[in-house]
Design a protein around this ligand. Structure first.
Ligand code: FPP
Length: 245
């Protein structure tokens, strides 16, 4: 088995924006605003380090139920990010992607998102994926529906529907396997993020709130990741023998 000490694909559950703001006596949206600065710094650092893929949980399917002014503020921040970072993303040959129920997003976000997705689609240095209106269960259900439709139309045999086939219907199929998942703010949950993809990912939880999470915290996580032994269901001895997985 060959595993680089650097993850190919890093996922982040960016948590703690609201509490960060409340601790400062500020409205929650100020936490999201500071969190958007962390997104910029972590994206730049990831690109400089040479990660192939960075996937950020920016808005969950469940986040629609938050107060309307918070949802509107988040949509504005996403819009601003897509406009302000456009040239940085293109100049650094980053491909922008999105996961989730994009149709549900307001035009304010959907339009610059689709535009930048198209403009960056030939870029190959790193893929930055924003999970927006996203839920891991919803994503698996959608994949199952597509597979069922292919069975119904005779394109796919039921007996052929194994993990590899079903995984190919997921929107993450074109990304490298998720190697590392970081969640900030001290919570130790996966919260419906990349439920399928997390199967063999290393999980890392840090108490740092997302608005405070900057590249020096990322470097520490990557050091810990490099020190972990990933066994993929094998034994340490098998790994030492060089058995392939
Ligand atoms: C979770 O913190 C964070 C979110 C629901 C939104 C994340 C959004 C951003 C970081 C800003 C915009 C994103 C981009 C890509 C520019 P929380 O509000 O649940 O925090 P809490 O648990 O302390 O209440």
């Amino acid at each position: 088995m060959t595993t680089s000490s650097l993850p190919r694909h890093l996922g982040i559950i960016m948590d703690g924006n609201g509490r960060w703001a409340q601790h400062r006596g500020q409205p929650r949206i100020e936490g999201h605003r500071a969190g958007a600065e962390s997104v910029r710094d972590i994206t730049r650092a990831s690109r400089q380090l040479g990660l192939e893929a960075l996937t950020l949980y920016a808005f969950s399917s469940q986040n629609w139920a938050r107060p309307a002014d918070e949802v509107a503020g988040l949509m504005q921040l996403l819009h601003d990010f897509l406009i302000d970072e456009r040239s940085e993303i293109l100049d650094n040959e980053i491909r922008l992607e999105a996961l989730g129920d994009i149709e549900r997003l307001p035009g304010l976000v959907r339009e610059p998102l689709e535009e930048l997705r198209a403009a960056s689609k030939a870029n190959s240095k790193m893929v930055l994926t924003l999970a927006l209106s996203y839920g891991g269960r919803e994503s698996i259900a959608r994949a199952a529906r597509s597979a069922a439709a292919d069975v119904a139309s005779g394109k796919l045999r039921v007996d052929d529907l194994d993990c590899e086939r079903l995984g190919a219907y997921l929107p993450t199929a074109s990304l490298p396997p998720l190697d590392l998942l970081i969640r900030t703010s001290g919570e130790q949950r996966v919260s419906n993020f990349m439920l399928w993809e997390v199967a063999y990912a290393e999980l890392m939880f840090t108490d740092v709130m997302w608005p405070d999470f900057r590249r020096e915290h990322l470097y520490k996580c990557l050091e810990q990741y490099a020190a972990r032994e990933r066994r993929f269901g094998l034994t340490s001895a098998q790994l030492a023998d060089g058995s392939d997985v």
